[in-house]
Every structure is written in structure tokens, then in C-alpha cells.
Design a protein around this ligand. Structure first.
Ligand code: ASP
Ligand code: MG
Length: 422
């Protein structure tokens, strides 16, 4: 017997038929004697629809009211799953974010979980009742509904798993594991049976979309074992999750000196970035702080930053990227700070993509970045910005070249599977 948290993404919850098969899968784990909590996403596409309503209402929406709107998608699916479970004889009830509560910070629309009171959950689970929890939502210090940022239900699931001290957190998604890259772009992508938290952190943060970045960081901090599994395997398969082949996300120690491991673990892409360039920023101390301060104040995450060579005039151009969804707010904040920063003009471009290569092997090998630049140059793909970390190299390119760049790099680093019939 184990205590497990099962998390189902939007595709698994899209419609009553799918919710029924989720219920059947949950029942399987309960029948095997496990204590189960389920964390659910909104139906696929629903959160986008709700976000669009907010944007339509005003591009400068109040994030507190945005949370009221977008948290509703998960309220619907959690109630529906509880109903579907009850209908097949599995005792179940929903627990909304404010009911547990899942206490978060006041950073509406991108709140962080401070604490989960798991007492009621543990009691319910021990009594054989399945706890169904809407992902993505909590209650902020101001006592209003909060949400955790897009993709936040993964973080909810890991936080619940940590709070109830679960043996495992199984994340069911529309892919059956973590791949070397997006298999829809590269049919020869390979499934990885194990990935380290750190690699997954980089892959998630650069758009591998399997898991929300913060969920991986939290799992690493709390030591939660995550297993990524397909929600679409054979519905007649009666195997429980502990026997299914997914990807386990584990600590460095579990990977050890695996000789078979490639230098590069995976290649990710992210089209949800927007590039902003401030032209003729005064080239003097404090200038950069005056640009990024106002953005930090409104919780906008700046990613790649380049400061160009100074013009003769004593000014310089500064280019950086922000999430596309935050572009309007960023432009507004920069316009308000124009005089203070002292830039001459501003240009922005959303038709960019970030491509990243990731692997712990990079720590001990040189030449990864230059191989990347050469492979892209050979195909005539221009690099607009670069950023690196210990185990990652990212470049910003024109969005139209995303697929080509991913394919070229997958081959260049020797990641293509040999035995795939395309
Ligand atoms: N429904 C939310 C979203 O689409 C949260 C999630 O699914 O993880 O971002
Ligand atoms: Mg997701």
C-alpha cells in the first residue's frame, strides 16, 4: 500500500468521457489498496479561453479579479471528477483551494504556495475517501482566490504530495514521459527513463511543457519523487502506475556515472517569449537597474538580457525577453518609466523563439555551445540573443525557424533514435 498523488492535465479532463476514464484509473489505484489524492487541471483550452476574456475586458486587468475568473476552470473539473468517482462506487469529495486551505502569497496570477494544511486531507484519505483537489488555485493572504501561474496545477500536485508525505506523485499527461525533444517535431526523439531534477528544471523552464518549472524546483527541495505517465494508455490495461513505463525524475545520486548517458539530455523550445529592445539607454551606472526595477515591481520575469556595445554618444541598446503574455504590462511599465530610464525609443517583437540544449554532461565537457552555434549557422539561422547556465545553452531565433532548429540540433548532438520507423 502506498500513498499517492495523481495529477491529470487538461487533455485528460477534456470532456465527460475522458473524466470517466480518469475515474476508472483512480479506482484502479484505490482497489490496489492505495490512499489517493487527485489534483486536476481545467479542461484543455479552458484556461486560455478564460484568460482571453480577461484580456478582452482590459489588457491592464486587475490580477486579483483575473484569479477569480481563471480559477473557475479547475473548480468545474474537480467537481465533475468527484461525481464520476462516486458514480462508480468510489467515495470521493472535492476540496477547493480555500477549503483546505492552500495558503499562498499575495502575488496574484503568479502566487507561490506558503503552506498547505493537510490534516483534513490525510484523515479523508486514510478513511478511503479520494480527495479531489483543483490544481492551480489557492487562497492568498488577502483572503482572496489566487492562482499559481500557467501550468500551476503541477506545482499544486507536488505541494500536495509533499504535504501528505506521499510516496510518489504521478503526473498523467498527454505525453508518456519526458523526451529528448518534442516528438511532434522530431519523430526520432527518444523517451528518457530517468532525468535529474536539475535537468528537468532547465527543460521545463525552457518550454519542454511537460511540467511546470516550479513544480520541479519544489519536488527537488522536498524530495518528492515524480513519475510522468501517459493518460492515454490502453484503458483495459489493469496495471497500476508503479509498473508502468514513464519517466522518473530523481536526484543526481540515482543517475550516478551512467556511461550510456549522452552529453546532451534534451532540446527544448519556447515560442512564448517576446523581445523588447530599448534604444539609446544612457551608458552609466544605475541605468539597467532603472529598467528592470519597474518590471520586477509588477512581478514580470525578465529572461535573456543583452546590452549592446555603447554608441559614440554614450548610450547603449538593451535587449531582453519577457513572457509574451506579460508584454502589454511590460510595455506599459516601461512607457511610464521612460523619462526615468531615459531611453530614446523602444521596439518589440513577439515572433521569436528560444531554443535550448540541456544536459548535466555539459559541466565536464567543453564545446557544447560552439557546436550549437555552428549547427545553426550551417542552416542560415540567425542568433539574436544567447544565455547560458552551468547545464544549459539557450539562443533566441526567429520563430519561423523553431522546428528546423530543433531538428538540426537533435541530430547534431547525436540524439536521434536509430530504431524508429518514420
Ligand atoms: N489550467 C491551468 C493552465 O492551463 C493550470 C494547469 O493546467 O496547470 O495553465
Ligand atoms: Mg500542464
Amino acid at each position: 500500500m502506498a500513498r499517492i498523488v495523481m495529477k491529470f492535465g487538461g487533455t485528460s479532463m477534456a470532456g465527460i468521457e475522458r473524466i470517466r476514464s480518469v475515474a476508472a484509473r483512480v479506482k484502479r489505484e484505490v482497489a490496489a489498496g492505495n490512499e489517493v489524492a487527485v489534483v486536476v487541471s481545467a479542461m484543455a483550452g479552458e484556461t486560455d479561453r478564460l484568460v482571453n476574456f480577461c484580456r478582452e475586458a482590459s489588457s491592464l486587468y486587475d490580477p486579483r479579479e483575473y484569479d477569480v475568473v481563471v480559477a473557475s476552470g479547475e473548480q468545474i473539473t474537480s467537481g465533475l471528477l468527484a461525481i464520476a468517482l462516486q458514480a462508480i462506487g468510489v467515495p470521493a469529495r472535492s476540496w477547493l483551494g480555500w477549503q483546505l486551505p492552500i495558503q499562498t502569497t499575495n502575488a496574484h496570477a503568479s502566487a507561490r504556495i506558503d503552506e498547505i494544511n493537510a490534516d483534513a486531507l490525510i484523515t479523508a484519505m486514510a478513511s478511503g475517501e479520494v480527495a479531489v483537489i483543483p490544481g492551480f488555485q489557492g487562497v492568498a493572504e488577502d483572503n482572496r482566490i489566487s492562482t499559481l501561474g500557467r501550468g500551476g496545477s503541477d506545482t499544486s500536485a507536488v505541494a500536495v504530495a509533499a504535504a501528505v508525505k506521499a510516496d510518489r506523485c504521478d503526473i498523467y499527461t498527454d505525453v508518456d514521459g519526458v523526451y529528448t525533444t518534442d516528438p511532434r517535431i522530431v519523430p526520432r526523439a527518444r523517451k528518457l527513463s530517468r532525468v535529474t531534477y536539475e535537468e528537468m528544471l532547465e527543460l521545463a523552464s525552457v518550454g519542454a511543457k511537460v511540467l511546470q518549472t516550479r513544480s520541479v524546483g519544489l519536488a527537488m527541495k522536498e524530495g518528492v519523487r515524480i513519475q510522468v505517465l501517459s493518460s492515454f494508455d490502453d484503458p483495459n490495461n489493469s496495471a497500476t502506475a508503479d509498473t508502468l513505463p514513464g519517466t522518473m525524475i530523481v536526484g543526481d545520486d540515482e543517475i550516478g556515472d551512467d556511461m550510456e548517458r549522452q552529453l546532451i539530455t534534451g532540446i527544448a523550445h519556447d515560442k512564448n517569449e517576446a523581445k523588447i529592445t530599448l534604444i539609446e539607454v544612457p551608458d552609466k551606472p544605475g541605468a539597467v537597474a532603472r529598467i528592470f526595477g519597474p518590471l520586477a515591481d509588477i512581478n514580470i520575469n525578465v529572461d535573456m538580457i543583452i546590452q549592446n556595445i555603447a554608441h559614440n554618444s554614450g548610450s547603449t541598446d538593451v535587449t531582453f525577453t519577457v513572457p509574451q503574455a506579460e508584454l502589454a504590462r511590460a510595455l506599459d511599465a516601461l512607457a511610464k518609466a521612460k523619462e526615468d530610464i531615459g531611453y530614446a525609443s523602444l521596439v518589440h517583437d513577439s515572433k521569436v523563439a528560444k531554443i535550448s540544449v540541456v544536459g548535466v554532461g555539459m559541466r565536464s565537457h567543453a564545446g557544447v555551445a560552439s557546436a550549437m552555434f555552428k549547427a545553426l549557422a550551417d542552416r542560415g539561422i540567425n542568433i539574436q540573443a544567447i544565455s547560458t547556465s552551468e547545464i544549459k545553452v539557450s539562443v533566441l531565433i526567429e520563430e519561423d525557424y523553431t522546428e528546423l532548429a530543433v531538428r538540426v540540433l537533435h541530430t547534431a548532438y547525436g540524439l536521434d533514435a536509430e530504431d524508429v520507423v518514420e
